[in-house]
Design a protein around this ligand. Structure first.
Ligand code: UTP
Length: 224
């Protein structure tokens, strides 16, 4: 399978979790060893937000704020590639075209942000589209998509399976429920829906969830 793995900065970088970064580097290698083609997209987490705040304090515009956040995400991607050594791309791809080329060379791709005005979710969706991925797994800081904001409602229920259309409805309902909206960028969802790329959202604090998702076991929320 060709897999795009979106690793949330909220998971590996908020605060920076060296053990988890190690576990994800091992997981990427394991997936490759099992015959999968893997491309990961990482975000910059808290450090990226700190740089955004610094840029703001310096009265820099939103483009510049995004640019520094992108640079931070790329440092995390670089860490992964350094750790992967020969198994990974030579350097952090700066475009989806370069990422696709690296994947063709049978290397593990790890990249960060692409350009201002988008999120890393959208980068993952663009990459999934570019390489015709079979699956996009988002490793995030929640168990999956809930019927309502779990931070506000104790009776919120995690949904095992959703259609893209139903997810779009959750976003519409979630206008005032920030937690739900944030689980995945609606822009990324639009793209995946159009390209019919299956997505599975899992709790990324347990990397074994990603393996389970790839094996087709019930975990997190499956969206197709
Ligand atoms: P994300 O919010 O996508 O990363 O990007 P994250 O840290 O992995 O977040 P979680 O785990 O999903 O919560 C952080 C910021 O970086 C900029 C945006 O400002 C975004 O809010 N960014 C990222 C870009 O401008 N362009 C990109 O391509 C990626």
């Amino acid at each position: 399978m060709r897999i795009v793995l979106r690793i949330g900065g909220s998971v590996i970088a908020s605060p920076i979790n060296i053990d988890l970064i190690k576990q994800y580097a091992t997981l990427l290698k394991d997936l490759k060893r099992h015959g999968h083609e893997v491309a990961a997209v990482v975000g910059g987490g808290i450090l990226a937000r700190e740089f955004i705040a610094i840029a703001k304090s310096l009265s820099l515009n939103e483009n510049a704020q995004d640019d520094v956040a992108i640079s931070v995400s790329r440092i995390f991607a670089q860490l992964f590639l350094e750790k992967l050594g020969e198994a990974g791309c030579e350097s952090v791809p700066l475009t989806v075209e370069d990422a696709a080329k690296c994947l063709q060379k049978e290397k593990i791709v790890v990249m960060g942000g692409l350009k201002p005005g988008m999120t890393t979710d959208t980068v993952a969706a663009l990459l999934a589209d570019k390489v015709n991925a079979d699956l996009l797994v988002k490793a995030t800081n929640q168990e999956g998509v809930y019927n309502k904001d779990p931070k506000k409602y104790a009776d919120a229920v995690k949904l095992d399976h959703l259609s893209f259309n139903a997810l779009t409805d959750v976003f519409a309902e979630g206008k005032h429920k920030a937690g739900i909206k944030q689980i995945i960028d609606p822009e990324a969802v639009k793209l995946l829906k159009r390209k019919r790329v299956k997505m599975i959202i899992v709790n990324g604090f347990k990397p074994e969830n990603v393996l389970a998702a790839v094996k087709g076991e019930q975990v997190g929320t499956v969206i197709d």
